[in-house]
Design a protein around this ligand. Structure first.
Ligand SMILES: O=c1ccn([C@@H]2O[C@H](COP(=O)(O)OP(=O)(O)O[C@H]3O[C@H](CO)[C@@H](O)[C@H](O)[C@H]3O)[C@@H](O)[C@H]2O)c(=O)[nH]1
Ligand SMILES: O=P(O)(O)OC[C@H]1O[C@](O)(CO)[C@@H](O)[C@@H]1O
Length: 472
């Protein structure tokens, strides 16, 4: 059976070279890699169909065909479109038709049984492919534009400016079409279905009440990397940490997300800066891949990174806590897991203060390594930790963050044990792949149906109407 995974952003390579160094390199890449590898173990032939990038600054993405391992399944198929240079995901919208046309040429005469699509750009490409071939597809959103718009406080006044940067008009129309024409919408939690997909910007097309339209498939944790085995450590990371800590033995509060405004790092820095109690109990550790020392490297960073880091550094200087805040540059998931394990020995706490988190792989990975977890109550974590195995906080309330961190630090043994059990029992990529296989087998049996006409990729009016009335 041949299944395509559509991921037009083009950032797959076997070494995860830039994971978290750029806003487009994060959870979606891990998710698609792990699910497709486990599907391959179930005898499905998987192609991850992505963008070919021939750019001196991004040399990992140029080969037409690539593989994660010697089994050559999954195959990474890189399709050229929109020139050769690396582009941010927001710039791809006008060129997805070219992507799909080139996919059609690449697969001409070859069999395709089913398509899984990822993120709004993959979903829209699935719609275009269906319009040509009638092939059924599933849609996995990973992160939806409407929640991002709401949490970035987009209003009818600033919409035009923010739309230039984020291209919500195209993204939200792409999501609407994907929801409408997918044979199945795959969500990570049932909360994602009922809360995120029932947003007024989607409610008329997302069929939230229709059980046959949705399948809840929780993602997983790669326990070969994220576990509590202290004999399996990345030695460079051990050296980096030992060198920085210089034998001090306090617990850490660990922040390790991509530098993206919606991840809201600053809230934890403020909570820490404002609480003597927290400062007495723990140090603050911030993991930033590719930025060993932000105080000296800040000028070398992109404007976006600077705009997120500058207030963090100012807060640290203002509160005079430079000696308690440590930055770590961790270059792989193995390095990340090593840091989590070493900090677990110090009874440390992982914190994710996102304004909104669609699911959140990072907290379950940290929990698998033994860290206690404090996470935003907005989004996936409220379902993941609904059994009380993690502490939920309001990311917009600094005092609540302080209290959540203190609770987790004071009860480390209880939370660490409980979260580890929760993650190992409920979140494995093998069972994620089994869920996908069910969707694929069901989709293959459905009749093929081409679409008459795909509407233009523009939700400008729908969004403005929503912003003016806060309803459609
Ligand atoms: O220093 C680091 C920090 C993170 N990671 C990895 O990056 C991934 C981050 O994933 P996640 O925590 O899920 O966040 P996002 O990158 O924002 O991923 C998007 O896609 C995911 C998969 O659908 C969802 O879980 C998220 O909510 C959604 O925002 C994890 O696997 C981490 O191991 C690293 O490799 N190094
Ligand atoms: O912030 P956004 O635009 O909702 O997107 C989340 C991003 O995270 C990712 O998971 C990073 O891989 C991609 O899906 C997407 O580029």
């Amino acid at each position: 059976m041949k299944v395509l995974f559509l991921n037009p952003q083009g950032n797959f390579d076997k070494n995860d070279s830039h994971l978290t160094e750029h806003p487009d390199f994060g959870g979606q890449l891990i998710y698609v890699k792990e699910v497709s590898k486990e599907l391959a173990n179930l005898n499905v032939s998987v192609d991850i169909v992505t963008r070919q990038i021939i750019d001196r600054d991004w040399p990992e993405f140029s080969k037409e065909l690539d593989y994660f391992d010697i089994n050559k399944n999954p195959t990474i198929v890189r399709i050229p479109f929109d020139g050769e240079k690396f582009l941010n995901k927001e710039q791809l919208w006008p060129y997805l038709k070219e992507y799909v046309d080139n996919i059609l040429s690449f697969y001409k005469g070859k069999n395709i049984d089913f398509i899984t699509t990822h993120y709004a750009d993959g979903g829209y490409s699935g719609v275009l492919l269906r319009s040509k071939l009638g092939l059924n597809f599933s849609f996995t959103g990973h992160s939806l534009g409407a929640q991002k718009m709401d949490k970035l406080n987009v209003s009818s006044k600033n919409f035009e400016d923010l739309d230039k940067e984020y291209h919500f008009s195209q993204r939200i129309m792409a999501e609407r079409l994907s929801m409408q024409y997918a044979s199945k919408i795959i969500v990570s939690t049932s909360m994602e279905r009922y809360e995120q997909y029932s947003h007024p910007l989607y409610a008329d097309v997302s069929e939230v009440a229709n059980d046959s339209k949705y399948k809840v498939i929780p993602p997983g944790v790669n326990t070969e990397i994220f576990n509590d085995d202290l004999t399996d450590l990345d030695q460079d990371t051990v050296a980096q940490i030992e060198n920085k800590l210089n034998k001090q033995q306090k617990p850490f509060i660990v922040l390790s997300s991509r530098l993206d405004a919606k991840k809201n790092h600053i809230a934890v820095v403020k909570a820490y800066a404002n609480s003597r109690d927290l400062q007495d109990k723990a140090n603050l550790g911030i993991f930033l891949r590719g930025i060993p020392d932000p105080f000296t490297d800040i000028q070398k960073l992109s404007e976006k990174e600077r705009s997120i880091l500058t207030p963090i550094l100012e807060e640290i200087e203002k509160a005079d806590i430079k000696d308690k805040v440590y930055f770590f540059d961790l270059k792989s998931q193995l390095a990340l897991a090593t840091a989590y394990k070493l900090f677990s020995k110090l009874k440390s706490v992982f914190v994710l203060p996102s304004f909104y988190e669609p699911f959140g792989l990072a907290p379950i990975e940290a929990g698998a390594c033994g860290l206690a977890v404090v996470a935003t109550k907005n989004g996936g974590p409220s379902e993941i930790f609904s059994d009380g195995s993690g502490v939920l906080i309001n990311p917009e309330d600094i005092q609540d963050i302080v209290e959540g961190l203190i609770k987790a630090l004071n009860n480390y043994d209880y939370f660490s044990k409980k979260v580890k059990k929760r993650v190992l029992e409920n979140y494995t990529w093998k069972s994620t792949a089994r869920g996908y296989l069910e969707v694929i087998e069901e989709g293959v049996k459905l009749p093929k149906k081409t679409l008459e006409k795909v509407p233009p990729l523009d939700a400008n009016e729908i969004i403005l109407d929503y912003l003016k009335n806060k309803k459609i």
